[in-house]
Design a protein around this ligand. Structure first.
Ligand SMILES: Cc1ncc(COP(=O)(O)O)c(C=O)c1O
Length: 370
């Protein structure tokens, strides 16, 4: 008789079906080149010098826990955006806020609704809670209000979308967002992810904060990772109805925003010059990249964010997206193939400094001619 097998720890159902988040690559394939990362929609200008100084000054207080209430950062954001301070909640990046929303509102068998190319973090958090993820078709690579609404049922708890969206860069107008909100039952939370909202000047676009002010079921999330160039410090926040804030605050880790992050974010928010320079860089080079890549015969989705999405000929054509990504990586230009978003023929390129943008276009010219 064989000995009874020892019990082993069992992962709860659903966890191993989750595809872990795949971050943008940061290493080149060729060890002889210094890579330039244009794969994670980071700020090519770095961060505000004032934010860097605040971060460095925080070095003398590393023995101290951060303020768990984020009082100073809360006051700074409330003042800057004219929001009620008690309606703000903070996260270790906006990523944590998506996870917290799922944890608070989803029971096994409930569902979230998002676009088919929507940001992967929404789905990971939902699946970790035993939730179902419903993907609405996005014709023209754009969030589609009617398709989202058609998937909502009595088990839907959250509808997530980013405006502008990642990886497509497309936007929904304020009128469309309003229509989406009006089409939802009052117990379904609409999450408007504004990670890239500052980069959009599309006609009729709004960051959703005004819409959220008067609503009981809208959460707007924002981040210091993109415009402010503080991705390493992981500072995100949300403007939400008070009952939502109260629920999230109960389960978030007490010190989820680090002390240097809080200080740097306050300084970054006050540095209008750095924000203006960051916006100007994107405003100058996004249309240029769009036009140049279009000139190479690639289809470029009109972007309202700090990146562009280009479509390459489908494999087996040798000028396909995977080959383009490898060609660029070999020369030190790290861009993002988005096969895992269901877009195997597309490559996403973060807007870089002038020399980066020009060099990537030159390298792609050579690739398309190869
Ligand atoms: C659409 C979208 N939302 C949220 C985030 C995450 O931002 P954070 O760094 O605040 O977690 C990203 C990051 O790439 C993003 O693309």
């Amino acid at each position: 008789m064989s000995a009874p097998s020892k019990p082993t720890p069992q992962v709860k159902p659903g966890i191993l079906d989750i595809h872990a988040y795949v971050p943008g690559k940061s290493k080149a394939t060729n060890p002889n080149v210094v890579p330039v990362k244009m794969s994670s929609n980071e700020n090519a200008l770095g961060c505000s010098p004032a934010a860097l100084a605040a971060f460095e000054a925080a070095g003398s207080r590393l023995n101290r826990y951060p303020d768990s209430t984020n009082a100073d950062l809360r006051a700074a954001i409330a003042g800057h955006f004219r929001l009620e301070p008690e309606r703000l909640v903070f996260g270790c990046g906006s990523d944590e806020i998506f996870a917290l929303l799922n944890q608070v509102y989803l029971q096994p068998g409930d569902n979230i609704v998002m676009g088919q190319y929507g940001f992967a973090a929404y789905a990971i958090g939902a699946k970790a809670c035993g939730g179902e993820v419903r993907y609405a078709d996005e014709p023209e690579l754009t969030t589609h209000v009617d398709n989202l609404l058609a998937l909502v049922d009595e088990r839907t708890r959250l509808v997530f979308f980013a405006n502008p969206s990642n990886p497509t860069g497309t936007v929904l107008s304020e009128a469309e967002v309003r229509r989406l909100h009006e089409g939802l039952p009052g117990n379904v939370i609409l999450v408007i992810d504004g990670a890239y909202c500052e980069f959009s000047s599309a006609p009729g676009f709004s960051d959703g904060l005004d819409l959220a002010r008067a609503a009981d079921n809208i959460v707007v999330t924002r981040t210091f990772s993109k415009l402010h160039g503080l991705a390493a410090l992981r500072v995100g926040w949300a403007y939400a109805p008070e009952p939502v804030v109260a629920a999230l605050d109960r389960i978030r880790l007490p010190f989820n925003v680090v002390l240097p992050g809080q200080d740097a974010a306050i300084a970054a928010l006050a540095d209008q010059d750095f924000q203006d320079r960051s916006l100007a860089l994107v405003a100058q080079w996004r249309p240029w990249l769009t036009q140049q890549l279009g000139g190479l015969g690639l289809e470029v989705t009109p972007s309202h964010a700090n990146f562009v999405l280009a479509r390459f000929p489908a494999a087996p054509d040798k000028h396909n997206a995977l080959a383009a990504e490898a060609w660029l990586a070999d020369r030190g230009w790290i861009v993002r193939g988005v096969k895992n978003y269901g877009l195997p023929d597309h490559v996403r390129i973060t807007i870089g400094l002038e020399e980066h943008n020009r060099a990537v276009v030159e390298a792609l010219q050579a690739f398309m001619a190869s």
